[in-house]
Design a protein around this ligand. Structure first.
Ligand code: CP
Ligand code: NVA
Length: 307
């Protein structure tokens, strides 16, 4: 594979190999530092939206592996506005070794990959967030030593993060359940694809509207913002619809006693998650955020080194 655009593009064996590599690179980093596997390589990071985790974790991943990263802000490139995506892709391909792009429309990152002669990594699009999903899988794997048979429940909006979480669960054998308000469903085509992956791995996908039913038997309870970047004009309406989907102590008490709580962050405390849960014993929010860096090291090494 040249690019990392969506979890669905990768075979379960490839995802598991990247996960295993992430575990090894994390251990190596914690034991004193990584080998300079990406010495002399540079990653261009193109952002159409704000970021903390994606920006800093990719930048530090490159530095730890002996490489370098360039931050290109939303104001700078004007992807598709100042210059066509095809032209940006071909110009940047002559300067650096890989592109990471955070875009609004998923087609824009697909278009970048089509025209770039170098690997392109999706740093979040309106369709999915595959780097987040790798960090999510790593976090679940660290907790349970497998994803097979683990019950992962996502409570909230059927958004980009939910799609890639569903894909990584279905690919690696975890059972995925979502509870979302009516009208905020996962895209139907994504569900169809997810069901195909789940059938191949022997796992299940369950679509519900009731958060209480959904967290019953959950090993992992996952939530995300009610309003994603680009949907700001819907924020007020969503604030009226989503409160029954808040991940709070009452809801967590209905999951398995050992259940962990995950959130891709940034969190809107008091909305989709309470402080009590975000900072409580079930929370893995910060290890999960830190795993972005370790998981992305594996993606970078996979795409940028000869096998
Ligand atoms: N989870 C995540 O992608 O965070 P940022 O938007 O801060 O990069
Ligand atoms: N669903 C959120 C994730 C942010 C990391 C968004 O797209 O804004």
């Amino acid at each position: 594979m040249k690019d990392f655009i969506a979890i669905g593009d990768y075979a379960p064996q490839q995802l598991q190999a990247m996960l295993d590599l992430a575990v090894r690179l994390k251990e190596e980093w914690q034991a004193g530092g990584n080998a300079p596997l990406l010495q002399g390589k540079t990653l261009a990071m193109i952002f159409q939206k704000p970021s903390l985790r994606t920006r800093v974790s990719f930048d530090m991943a490159m530095r730890h592996l002996g490489g370098d990263a360039l931050y290109l802000s939303p104001a700078e490139i004007g992807l598709g506005k100042r210059e066509s995506i095809a032209d940006v892709a071909r110009v940047v391909s002559g300067y650096v070794d890989a592109i990471m792009a955070r875009v609004f429309a998923h087609e824009h990152v697909v278009e970048l990959a089509k025209w770039a002669s170098i690997p392109v990594i999706n740093g979040l699009s309106d369709y999915n967030h595959p780097c987040q999903a790798m960090a999510d899988a790593l976090t679940i794997y660290e907790e349970f030593k497998t994803l097979k048979g683990i019950n992962v429940t996502y409570v909230g909006d059927g958004n980009n993060v939910a799609v890639s979480l569903m894909f990584v669960c279905a690919k690696l054998g975890a059972n995925f359940t979502i509870a979302n308000p009516e009208g905020y469903d996962l895209p139907a085509e994504a569900v169809n694809l997810g069901r195909k992956f789940a059938a191949e791995s022997g796992s299940t996908i369950t679509l519900l509207n009731d958060p209480h039913q959904a967290v019953h038997n959950a090993d992992v309870v996952y939530t995300d913002t009610w309003t994603s970047m680009g949907q700001e004009e819907e924020a007020e309406k969503r604030r009226r619809v989503f409160p029954p989907y808040q991940v709070n102590a009452t809801l967590i008490a209905e999951a398995r006693p050992h259940a962990i709580v995950m959130h891709c962050l940034p969190a809107h405390r008091g909305e989709e998650i309470t402080d009590e849960v975000a900072d409580g014993p079930h929370s893995r929010l910060f290890p999960q955020a830190h795993n972005r860096m370790h998981a992305q090291k594996a993606v970078l090494v996979e795409l940028l080194t000869e096998k």
